[in-house]
Design a protein around this ligand. Structure first.
Ligand SMILES: Nc1ncnc2c1ncn2[C@@H]1O[C@H](COP(=O)(O)OP(=O)(O)OP(=O)(O)O)[C@@H](O)[C@H]1O
Ligand SMILES: [Mg+2]
Length: 244
């Protein structure tokens, strides 16, 4: 723990959990297809924030989300996660941070077809040495909370889109992450299901978690309870709006 973090805690200020400092990501550096996906973006995400990265297609939302979630490394600039500069950490450390701190909800859900709901939710525990009985209890409690326990033994390919997403959310929660990251989570949902998704995210935030979503859907970025909107265009942050 850094002295900044101790100071923040003792003064009752929310702790900063993510900080990007002039972060840049360029794909195919020096090649004809060079792409400046993220250009010098600085954001600060506080504990229990509900932040949305918004912008048109190609504006760099997914890339910035991947950088925040330690799935990609910056070309320049720095990224700090829970007070630790992760910009130059070797891959095995990044894997460990990803597993310990983040829960990812991917646009395509990335479920393993042919496996059941429960099996999919338990997947992130495979590389850990957690007790299988504890893992099972936890998975069932999370599924219950998402009203999906009734589907426990269903193959995921037999579920509706909204249900598949709940499995993806449950899987993201199995390691009890402090920070939830979601990329275009409402892209395959109708308006009612998108509103349900937002309700679930607010519920997770009420549990004390931090939520960061990349989205160009107004249902997400016009939600009145989100705390921060980062507007992206052509890889740059055009502005940051803080609601609380
Ligand atoms: N792996 C990659 N290799 C090369 N270029 C990439 C790669 N990923 C993204 N890009 C480019 O970087 C830019 C930003 O892409 P990114 O996917 O981050 O945008 P986005 O805002 O998430 O878009 P969308 O709304 O379509 O999901 C785009 O021009 C894209 O073509
Ligand atoms: Mg994207």
């Amino acid at each position: 723990m850094s002295s900044d973090m101790i100071q923040g805690m003792t003064q009752g200020r929310p702790r900063e959990v993510i900080r990007t400092e002039s972060v840049t990501k360029t794909y195919n550096v020096g090649k004809p297809n060079e792409a400046f996906a993220v250009r010098s973006v600085s954001v600060s995400i506080l504990e229990n924030d509900f932040a949305v990265l918004k912008g048109p297609s190609g504006s760099g939302k997914t890339t910035l989300l991947s950088l925040i979630g330690c799935m990609a490394r910056p070309t320049s600039g720095s990224i700090t996660v829970e007070g630790k500069d992760v910009s130059h950490l070797p891959e095995r450390f990044l894997t460990n941070i990803r597993r310990r701190i983040f829960g990812f909800i991917f646009q395509q859900f990335n479920l393993i077809q042919g496996m059941t709901v429960l099996q999919n939710v338990l997947i992130p525990l495979l590389p850990t040495d957690s007790n299988p009985a504890d893992g099972l209890k936890k998975a069932e409690a999370i599924l219950e909370d998402l009203d999906m326990l009734k589907r426990r033994d269903f193959p995921v390919n037999s579920l509706s889109g909204g249900e598949q997403q709940r499995v993806a959310i449950a899987r993201a929660l199995i390691n009890d992450p402090a920070i939830i990251l979601a990329d275009e989570p409402t892209a395959h949902l109708d308006t009612a299901l998108a509103a349900d998704f937002m309700k679930i995210m607010h519920h997770l935030r009420d549990q004390g978690r931090t939520v960061v979503i990349a989205s160009h859907d107004p249902v997400v970025f016009e939600d009145s309870r989100i705390s921060q909107v980062v507007s992206m265009r052509d890889g740059r942050s055009l502005g940051i709006q803080r609601n609380v």
